[in-house]
Design a protein around this ligand. Structure first.
Ligand code: HEC
Length: 407
């Protein structure tokens, strides 16, 4: 009898495991269906938040890098208006290799501008932990604090092209009114800008979710690595037509009925229907150990072949002086050839990014193993922390960040 009842219990447990009620609810959409998750986040951050004098989407009402990394950060109760500045990674590459950045014009007349925005949970975490200034980073390093953003954190990095210069960007020939129908357009200082590309990250999983979107007409959109969207695109994988970054034109990413119905229900600028998911990243490697690459033709312009959102952001770290330990993830010593994309990290996190090499290869949990010696504290994948923190320890103290995008 006893044996039988155990058998019966085991059978019912197995049945319960296979029951449809379980299969219907996905306990972890961020890792099980990353592309679907990316589109859910797209609807959240781009929901209409337009005021009488602007065409804001929700993310445009959040704190910019300039609002965050300053001596007395205050959450913007009135949205601060488009905060366009020079492309952060373009500036870094320009320093390493002036020749590889065709879109970066010395003197600041860049074709593509950039801004970063973060939501309230993310902003509060940075401010409450003093991560916006070098003195705060030094204390966090000294205490060996673990930096862990709250699960409701969201960040967006967006690239804009002045509407009057869209022709230069991709051959657009329409009027500004026509541009506003196919691009999300917003204005600042009397100039209108069209949104051409954006990244969305969320802390829904410990290593964040990573997604990048492009306007359908971006030149070279699927070059080098292809475009992948197995939720929203009728063609889930579009192979690259060029092995190098080029201005190849790709056909529109025709959308699946599932995505069209999400868009139809969303309260969103209709122009957002013209953007494509270029790719999502939910791990460092595939199950066979190959490094995953995801990069945007605009934001990662010049190094798409060497772009892994997660790997480069895992290098976001600072030393005991509160300064970034790498030049935005690039390894300047390895960038020997002008015209090469440079050596940005792909694949898994290396302990040598944070610990003095030569120590034990694992946690010092085995009797007799030496303690590890740290030289870098991870910033929980958030590059703007070590990149944009103002140096309040300098003399005179810095009041504005020197490096980061869009002030
Ligand atoms: C080679 C390094 C590198 C790669 C690859 C890279 N990023 Fe970044 N990213 C940076 C740096 C440096 C910044 C800081 C720039 C700033 O805030 O001004 C940044 C900023 C951001 C921000 C603003 C918030 C933050 O973390 O500071 C987001 C969001 C973002 N990146 C998403 C992505 C996504 C998504 C991808 C992949 C499609 C990606 N990045 C690829 C280096 C990289």
């Amino acid at each position: 009898m006893r044996g039988l009842s155990i058998f019966a219990a085991a059978t019912s447990a197995m049945l319960a495991f296979a029951a449809p009620a379980h299969a219907q609810s996905d306990p972890n959409p961020s890792v099980n269906h990353p592309d679907k998750q990316s589109w859910d986040l797209f609807m959240t951050v781009n929901a209409d938040a337009a005021g009488p004098n602007d065409n804001n989407a929700v993310f445009e009402t959040w704190a910019s890098d300039g609002d965050t990394f300053q001596p007395a950060p205050v959450w913007p109760t009135t949205p601060s208006g488009l905060q366009v500045g020079r492309r952060a990674l373009g500036l870094v590459l320009e320093r390493i290799h002036p020749k590889i950045m065709p879109q970066v014009v010395p003197g600041g007349a860049d074709l593509v501008s950039e801004e970063t925005r973060r939501n309230r949970a993310d902003f509060d975490y940075i401010v409450n932990n003093n991560l916006y200034k070098v003195s705060g980073l030094k204390s966090a390093y000294k205490a060996g604090n673990r930096i862990v953003f709250p699960v409701d954190s969201l960040e967006v990095k967006a690239n804009w092209v002045e509407v009057d210069r869209l022709g230069e960007f991709n051959g657009f020939k329409g009027t500004p009114a026509e541009a506003a129908k196919i691009y999300h357009v917003n204005s600042t200082g009397g100039k209108s800008y069209a949104l051409v590309a954006f990244h969305i990250i969320s802390k829904l999983v410990p290593n964040w979710t990573w997604a990048t979107f492009e306007h359908k007409d971006n030149p070279g959109r699927c070059d080098v690595i292809g475009c992948t969207d197995d939720f929203g695109a009728v063609t889930p994988y579009v192979a690259p037509l060029s092995a190098k970054e080029s201005s190849t034109h790709y056909p529109d990413c025709a959308k699946t009925p599932a995505l069209l119905s999400m868009l139809a229900k969303a309260h969103i600028d209709p122009a957002f229907g013209n953007y494509c998911l270029k790719g999502s990243q939910s791990d460092f490697t595939d199950p066979s150990g190959l490094a995953v690459r995801v990069g945007n033709s605009v934001t990662e312009n010049g190094f798409v072949a060497q772009a892994s959102c997660m790997s480069c952001h895992a290098r976001a770290a600072f030393d005991e002086g509160g300064h970034a330990t790498t030049l935005a993830g690039f390894d300047p010593t390895s960038i020997a050839t002008p015209g090469s994309p440079g050596n940005a990290p792909v694949g898994p996190i290396a302990s040598s990014w944070f610990w003095v090499p030569g120590g034990p290869p694992s946690y010092p949990s085995v009797v007799g193993e030496a303690d590890l010696v740290r030289f870098a504290l991870p910033a929980d994948f958030v590059w703007s922390v070590p990149f944009c923190a103002i140096d309040d320890t300098a003399s005179p103290p810095e009041t504005k960040s020197r490096h980061c995008s869009g002030k």
